[in-house]
Design a protein around this ligand. Structure first.
Ligand code: SAH
Ligand code: SF4
Ligand code: F3S
Length: 486
């Protein structure tokens, strides 16, 4: 499924805001008769949004189906992060066209970042599309669907400054019943020069902490044992009573300003058996307070996704990342100081950004040697129309060079992932069982606090959603292999 050259990820599924299309389909039943089929591409935010979409439409009597042929309503929740992500969706729309020929009444909608970026163009370019809805327009979907039912095309790509869908309880799709995402904020104000997200997702806004804690409690009571708090830049989470509902927050005893460290603590207190992860941290914004809260609570997983993008300060400046190589390395030291060497760190890297020289690329490799990331998502630079980089700089690194640099980064990361996994061999790790191993029903699969995938035989009458101690006996670059011990 994965192309080795572009969009490589060595990260086990779950955290890390990035990369590959995730197909999200699952069945729910309202007892009524129209059926929604939804596929998600891109980051976990989209995955999480699809659960909000399913919830909004369930109230209107739409069941979800995992069978495209059964669907009355087909939604693709799309990603624009790289050109390839958009091509994947266009290709999928062509495939869907053949279904639509057999079933012309089937309504096809494009949601998410591509919808936002291309707006009405999608209706013209992809003639099978009936409905286009951007990430902040999902409450409007019942109305948009009704509009299409009446024979019109429907579009809403309005970006909001307030929408967080905080009051909507997501319908969990494709769930293992153990791990779930909770969206804590939307949008991004960072303006990294290569990135389309600020344009497709709009301004940053934080969700009411009370609704986040309530969602975590609800998930715990339903048997979930891990939540991942999601945002493009979770460290800039900020909820202030002035801007929001003062009286209600006072009644609930929530402080004047809730920052990410405060929120993390509030969620960690829901239950010691509820594991907390979060993604993505921006190196310039993650604070010592966050690291100290992580150290204080055993149930906050010792894993930080801290994308560096490049190891060279000039390139970082052109990328408008807000830190230098030295500053980033200092942040990594701080993490190691406060959380110890066992805290895993992962990254995103872009090769062949505008004007990147060979020496500057080598600085990415040397930074990797210094940090020794546990995992990384690695990409070649893909120019996105309308972004500051597209406007200001020429995309001047030839594809072969971008690709060769990417291969070097991948080779190095493979070695480091293996090294990190090898450091766990011989140790006992607390693992949350997520389900059967992909290869065998006689083995469980789960993850360690550091987000490493562990596989082990089903001994000792344990179940999905339980914690077990696993002695790690061997490993590959992607998996720890062990056995349950007392
Ligand atoms: N908010 C997160 C990441 C969002 S996008 C953060 O700030 O880290 C996920 C990753 O996609 C980015 O970290 C970056 O490595 C990659 N990416 C974003 N735009 C890209 C582009 N134009 N070309 C190649 N990779 C890109
Ligand atoms: Fe894009 Fe930068 Fe925002 Fe991440 S922090 S979403 S890379 S603009
Ligand atoms: Fe996510 Fe892709 Fe949009 S990475 S925010 S779905 S552009």
């Amino acid at each position: 499924m994965k192309n080795l050259i572009e969009d490589i990820d060595l990260l086990p599924p779950a955290t890390g805001a990035a990369a590959e299309p995730i197909k999200v389909t699952a069945e729910t039943s309202t007892g009524k008769n129209r059926k929604l089929y939804i596929e998600s591409y891109g980051c976990q935010m989209n995955f999480s949004d699809s659960e909000i979409v399913a919830s909004i439409l369930q109230k209107e009597g739409f069941d979800t189906t995992s069978d495209l042929a059964q669907a009355d309503l087909v939604f693709l929740n799309t990603c624009s992060i790289r050109e390839k992500a958009e091509q994947t969706v266009r290709h999928r729309l062509q495939q869907i066209q053949s279904f639509k020929k057999k079933k012309p009444e089937m309504l096809v909608g494009v949601l998410g970042c591509m919808a936002e970026r291309l707006k009405t163009k999608l209706l013209e370019e992809e003639r099978i599309v009936d409905l286009v809805a951007g990430p902040d327009a999902y409450r409007d979907l019942p109305k948009l669907v009704a509009q299409v039912d009446e024979g019109d095309k429907a579009v809403n790509t309005f970006l909001s400054r307030e929408e967080t869908y905080g009051d909507i309880t997501p319908v969990r799709l494709d769930t293992n019943g153990v791990t779930a995402f909770i969206s804590i904020m939307r949008g991004c104000d960072n303006m990294c020069s290569f990135c389309v997200v600020p344009y497709t997702r709009g301004r940053e806004r934080s969700r009411d902490p009370h609704s986040i804690v309530a969602e975590a409690k609800d998930l715990f009571s339903k048997g979930y044992r891990e939540v991942t708090l999601l945002g493009q830049n979770v460290d800039s989470y900020k909820w202030s009573e002035e801007e929001n509902n003062k009286a209600r927050l006072e009644k609930q005893g929530i402080d004047r300003i809730v920052n990410f460290a405060n929120l993390l603590e509030m969620v960690a207190l829901v239950h010691p058996d509820l594991r907390i992860r979060f993604s993505t941290s921006h190196p310039k914004d993650i604070t010592d307070d966050v690291l100290h809260v992580m150290a204080r609570y055993e149930n906050i997983c010792k894993y930080i996704h801290l994308p560096v993008q490049s190891g060279n300060s000039r390139i970082l400046e052109l990328m408008n990342r807000g830190y230098t190589r030295e500053w980033y390395l200092e942040k990594v030291n701080r993490i190691r100081e406060i959380l110890g060497p066992q805290c895993a760190i992962s990254s995103d890297m872009i090769t062949g950004f505008c004007t990147e020289t060979e020496t500057e690329h080598e600085e990415t490799l040397s930074l990797m040697d210094l940090v020794k990331y546990d995992y990384a998502y690695m990409f070649i630079y893909s120019e996105r129309p309308g972004t500051p980089a597209a406007k200001k700089f020429a995309d001047d690194i030839p594809n072969e060079i971008k690709t060769r640099r990417l291969e070097e980064v991948i080779t190095k990361q493979r070695a480091h992932s293996l090294l990190r996994n090898q450091q766990d061999v011989g140790t006992i790790q607390k693992v949350l069982i997520e389900g059967n191993s992909r290869r065998s029903d006689e083995h469980w699969q789960g993850r360690t606090s550091a987000n490493r995938v562990a596989v082990f035989a089903k001994t000792g009458n344990k179940n999905k959603g339980e914690y077990v101690n696993v002695l790690i006996e061997s490993c590959t670059g992607g998996t720890l292999i062990g056995r349950i011990v007392e």
